[in-house]
Write a protein that binds this ligand. Sequence first.
Ligand code: BT5
Length: 265
Amino acid sequence: MLDTKKIKNSLDTEVLGDTLYVFRDIESTNTVLFGLGGEGTPDGTVVISDSQSGGRGRMNRSWFSPAGVNIYLSALLRPEISLSESAVFTFVASLALSDCMENAGISADIKWPNDLLVKGKKIAGVLTEMKPGRNNFAEFIIVGMGVNLNMPQEQFDTDGGPGEKATSVLAVSGSEVDRELFAAQLINYLEKYYIKFRAEGAYSIVATWVNRWGYMNERASIFMENRKIEGVVRKVDTSGYLYIETDDGELEKVISGDIVQAVRE
Ligand code: BT5
């Protein structure tokens, strides 16, 4: 079980984690926080659980969430942001995760739109959801993050586990990390980027993310449901969309898909 006091004592924030709920086992931190959001829980509320019985990924995929080893954390934010730009909060989360990994001595790559990978294996994932409010603005946004910390490689291969394509801090570095301190640090970094968003706007977050991502003007292959797009990455906009210049000179907008390959020109 996670020690709430220890997390609280390591926070260095004004808003994030001021309201903090830590559970032993819930269905999904995103789902629970969504409910709290509807009841008016304040900006910066954070929900963490030691395990999840129904952890969710994107597009109805599931997130493997065993107890005692990882972090499952969701933060509710009430920024002034249009629905179309709320995807920048996925970038906010992956920047915060990437800072935490760097502090843990792990060199992780961020992948569009929502993963952190170490040598091609997924170590963390982000699920951003929002509640529509008035005038096409968001009433609130929830950023949910699953981070594999002390999960041994064998555990990935157990029933329902993500198998070979996943990894953890323990599997990469051979040492365990303090989960409470990691969670507190993640909240601290989230606030840092939330403040940046409030001060400088969505574009500044995208620009920071693109810089860290490192694939601008590189060749990439995007696999969509029924086709593949190949070309050079030319732009990422504040809706989180990717623009690829194909070999025939067209600029194609990519809304979702998986970049499986990105090689230098
Ligand atoms: C994601 O989805 O990567 C978003 C995951 C977000 C999880 C957090 S945990 C806290 C909060 N509460 C929730 O209920 N969710 C959020 P996606 O890109 O769709 O990737 C899902 C895919 O990743 C699955 O289909 C598996 O292949 C793989 N996967 C599942 N569990 C994994 C794990 N623990 N580590 C690495 N990969 C995993």
